[in-house]
Write a protein that binds this ligand. Structure first.
Ligand code: FAD
Ligand code: SIN
Length: 533
């Protein structure tokens, strides 16, 4: 058993920010599934939304966020995020993050981009690899800090809950490193495990995004909410191979136009903001155009901009597409929607506290209330920065009054193993699960599809749980179990929302239900096991 003041699970923007703040007050152990930089953060392209321009205002950013969120955003949370955004950007710069800029009369000015749903230029970025710049800089700062210990290739299996505390309290996590299962006992645990795009067959998310944090928090009894709101990014490069390659929304902010195969620019027929409409509208429009025409993709056309401008603004996208034999300065880019961002998550208050004492959550795993039914582009990195900073502040002040927790019982790593044939079947299960989520719980849903998905997921879950209780732990099995758990929670949440709102569109209830105030879909695990298994 290891002991630490703060256990941080995950090394994306949320975990790294929390760690850097908390390390001033106590010892931090940060665990991460792969190498420390591997995270969704690392792949972020567009940038971070913040009010940094005199032509912009907090009110406008709040308004754009709320209007995108389709009536479900928590206004206090949105105002907090927007107002604290510029200071958090300054923190990043102090830590050494470099953003793109230009000179105006000899003065260095941050370059601000535009993305869907924004009525002003407010996306601070580093060309089209903002995430890599942020991730690598913050990892460096954490590695240099004497109070932060980073354990790579270390996977949290489940949260440890001290049942002897009243009320029960999160006391750290059970982890798998190599073949060894251990308990890390912590006074405060910060969950920053990112999203769950891997629940779907086609996703922009890296393989770490298997919804582990969400599944662990649910199993431990924390409230989770709004999981029906999976955001599909409209423009992933077609054909999708493995992790879908994103064509940033900033390309449309730079003048990119969506076209059908015959060249028709179709978005003006769907929304007054045309190609820069909120993401749910653009993704549904593309889905509709593809279905009605029987096409496998639509095109994104940025050839209207000068070649050198495109190469300078989007070096990463230009290079990647060229490697696929598409010169984006001369040719249209074939694109399709792909699962991208979970707007719901582990429910938190304004300080990042979850309903389980001792457990904080921030970043994509959390549901702070800012995104509502549809996240505004580039608000994700901003939300992670603002609320992980707040969570760390609150956790540091908690630390004074929190002693060492009692160690919960250790979980056993069963000595059984799966045979090769069984593992092949499990891999089939994973594929089937992700495909059925894509086919039945995707951009357009219906009650019949959700029911069918639920029956099939239940079947797969039973098989997976059976194997989980007898085979030795492996990262693959842990992830599969979590993916199956999260798929089930998404289906339950989608079935409970009997209306269409934001990202949740069902043909059986095609309109918003405005007969009563919009409500969150909240799920709590009433059959929580005492600890671990
Ligand atoms: P992540 O950055 O995903 O980090 C999660 C960490 O948790 C990883 O280190 C992972 O290894 C670790 N982890 C997970 N499970 C476990 C476990 N069981 N045990 C141990 N460790 C675990 N948002 C924007 O605002 N602007 C953008 O321009 C933008 N572009 C994007 C482009 C792409 C391709 C993608 C995929 C997303 C983009 N997003 C963007 C969304 C944004 O990047 C993410 O929402 C954000 O980075 C999430 O940060 P995070 O710290 O919560 O999680
Ligand atoms: C993008 O660059 O299009 C991604 C932005 C985001 O997900 O917020």
């Amino acid at each position: 058993m290891q002991k630490t003041d703060f256990l941080v699970i995950g090394s994306g923007i949320a975990g790294l920010t929390f760690a850097l703040e908390a390390a001033e007050y106590g010892s931090v152990t940060m665990i991460t599934k792969k190498q420390d930089t591997e995270s969704s953060t690392n792949y972020a392209q567009g940038g971070i939304a913040a009010v940094l321009n005199i032509k912009d205002s907090f009110d406008l950013h709040v308004r754009d966020t709320m209007s995108c969120g389709a009536g479900l955003c928590k206004k206090r949370a949105v105002m907090t995020m927007v107002r604290e955004g510029p200071t958090r950007i300054t923190d990043l710069q102090k830590w050494g993050v470099e953003f793109s800029y230009y000179f105006d009369e000899g003065r260095k000015v941050l370059a601000l981009g535009r993305e869907g749903g924004h009525t002003r230029d407010r996306i601070v970025h580093k060309a089209d690899y903002t995430g890599r710049e942020v991730e690598s800089t913050l990892v460096r700062r954490c590695e240099e800090h004497p109070n932060i210990r980073i354990l790579e290739h270390t996977t949290a299996i489940d949260l440890a809950v001290d049942q002897s505390a009243d009320p029960p309290r999160c006391a750290g996590a059970y982890i798998l490193k190599g073949d060894t299962v251990e308990l890390i006992l912590a006074r405060i645990t910060s969950l920053s495990t990112g999203g769950c795009g891997r629940v779907y067959l086609h996703t922009t998310n890296p393989s770490i995004a298997s919804g582990d944090g969400l599944a662990m928090a649910y199993r431990a009894g924390a409230r989770v909410g709004n999981l029906e709101f999976m955001q599909f990014h409209p423009t992933a490069l077609y054909p999708v191979k493995g992790q879908a390659f994103l064509i940033s929304e900033a390309v449309r902010g730079f003048g990119g136009v969506l076209r059908t195969s015959d060249g028709t620019a179709f978005m003006a027929g769907y929304h007054p903001m045309s190609d820069l409409a909120p993401r749910d509208i653009v993704a549904r429009a593309i889905d509709r155009e593809m279905k009605t025409r029987g096409d496998d993709f639509v095109y994104l056309d940025i050839t209207g901009r000068r070649s050198h401008e495109v190469r300078e603004r989007f070096p990463n996208i230009y290079k990647h597409c060229l490697s696929q034999n598409i010169d984006i300065t001369k040719e249209w880019i074939p694109v399709v929607p792909a699962a991208h961002y979970m707007c719901g998550g582990v429910m938190t208050d304004l300080m990042g506290r979850t309903s389980l004492p001792g457990l904080y959550a921030a970043g994509e795993v959390a549901c702070s209330g800012v995104h509502g039914a549809n996240r505004l582009a580039s608000n994700s990195l901003l939300e992670a920065l603002v609320f992980s900073h707040r969570a760390a502040r609150s956790a540091c002040s908690d630390l004074k009054s929190v002693g060492d927790p009692n160690p919960p019982p250790m979980i056993e790593n069963p000595s059984g193993s799966s045979n090769d044939e069984e593992w092949v079947l499990v891999s089939h299960d994973l594929f089937e699960l992700r495909k059925l989520m894509w086919d039945y719980v995707g951009i357009v849903r219906s009650t019949l599809r959700l029911e069918r998905a639920r029956r099939r997921v239940d079947l797969i879950r039973r098989e997976v749980e059976d194997l989980y209780t007898r085979a030795g732990f492996s990262v693959g099995l842990i992830e599969l179990r979590n993916i199956a758990q999260v798929a089930k929670l998404i289906i339950i949440s989608a079935s409970r929302r009997r209306e269409s709102r934001g990202l949740h569109y069902t043909t059986d209830y095609p309109h918003e239900d405005n007969s009563r105030p919009a409500r969150d879909t909240v799920l709590v695990n009433r059959r929580r096991r005492p600890s671990g298994r």
